[in-house]
Ligand binder design. Structure first.
Ligand code: NAP
Length: 288
């Protein structure tokens, strides 16, 4: 069994490979990458085969996917969604041309019902995959916990506040690591043809709760300050984000405030068992 994985030098792809290796399975793993030297260093001393493949250079992709019984297509990190549609279509066509047996795709949670601005890109890619007739598995990932809970939170501990326009909106997030663990389990398993899994958490959290956890973990008083959409954009620019990123972040927070990220599921839990808690995620990121 050969499993090819794109985005293998990225955070999610490399963690999926780590978990596949930990299972000591007999699968051959092919890492599809843009930077061969970086990948060779990353996978040195392992059985992982490194192949070049760039979504922007379609001719490179069929060889990269050649012989793959399963392909994990990790979505492109570009912020240009029309470009991403093309990149993903290039990969899907190459998978068809290479005779890939089963395509797994990292989509977004509840893609066809989601109002997140990211959703149409993922719905388009899911449909592109379905046009091939190749068995598929859509792994619809939640927002990464790491987007909100990362070492930058030490600035909130120092200032005593987290500023968002989320109100009391609930977030459903999952760490990249938990998503990678679940994805590896699905990839290595059987019986997932034409299935869709919402890899979200079985619980939610709010920024008020995050402030409480930060206070407990750091021993300093941290409060959540709720602001308007425009105030949030101005605040994020003031702390150094470029305007585009500030608008993107405030829009996601707006979705949170409107209840768009509150849905739960046990799809992931059934593959990984215990999920990493909010407090554990905070502790990992603050080294506390
Ligand atoms: P990441 O660390 O940025 O990794 C992205 C990977 O995509 C890297 O290996 C990168 O290769 C590769 N890549 C970039 N452009 C490519 C191209 N033209 N052709 C082929 N490969 C290309 O992202 P991640 O954390 O692993 O996340 C995986 C994906 O999830 C992201 O790409 C993004 O689509 C999505 N995402 C989801 C969330 C969420 O909250 N659910 C948050 C962020 C991102 P290089 O090493 O050569 O750059």
């Amino acid at each position: 069994m050969t499993i090819a994985i794109t985005g293998a030098t990225g955070q999610l792809g490399s963690a999926v490979i780590k978990y596949l290796q930990e299972q000591n399975s007999t699968e051959k793993i092919v890492a599809v990458v843009r930077d061969i030297e970086k990948a060779r260093a990353q996978f040195e001393g392992t059985d992982v085969e490194v192949r070049f493949g760039d979504y922007d250079e379609p001719v490179t992709l069929p060889n990269a996917f050649e012989g793959a019984d399963k392909l994990l297509l990790v979505s492109s990190p570009s912020y240009d969604d029309p470009l991403r549609v093309v990149q993903h279509a290039n990969a899907v066509k190459a998978a068809r041309d290479a005779g890939v047996g089963h395509i797994f795709y990292t989509s977004i949670a509840f893609a066809d019902e989601s109002k997140l601005s990211l959703a149409p890109l993922h719905v388009a890619t899911e449909f592109a995959i379905r046009t091939t007739g190749i068995p598929y598995t859509f792994i619809r990932n939640s927002l990464y916990s790491d987007v909100f809970i990362n070492p930058d939170l030490s600035a909130s501990v120092n200032s005593g506040e987290i500023v968002t326009n989320t109100g009391s909106g609930k977030l459903n997030t999952v760490t990249r690591d938990d998503l990678a663990k679940g994805t590896a389990a699905v990839l290595a398993g059987e019986g997932h043809e034409n299935k869709t899994y919402n890899f979200v958490s079985s619980t939610t959290w709010t920024f008020d709760e995050l402030a409480d956890v930060l206070s407990r973990v750091s021993g300093k008083d941290v409060k959540h300050r709720n602001v308007s959409f425009d105030e949030q954009i101005a605040y994020l620019q003031q702390v150094g984000l470029p305007e585009g990123m500030a608008v993107f972040s405030a829009s996601i927070y707006d979705n949170v405030a409107n209840g768009e990220t509150a849905r739960t599921s046990t799809d992931l839990k059934q593959f990984i068992g215990e999920e990493t808690s909010l407090e554990e995620t905070v502790r990992q990121n603050l080294n506390a």
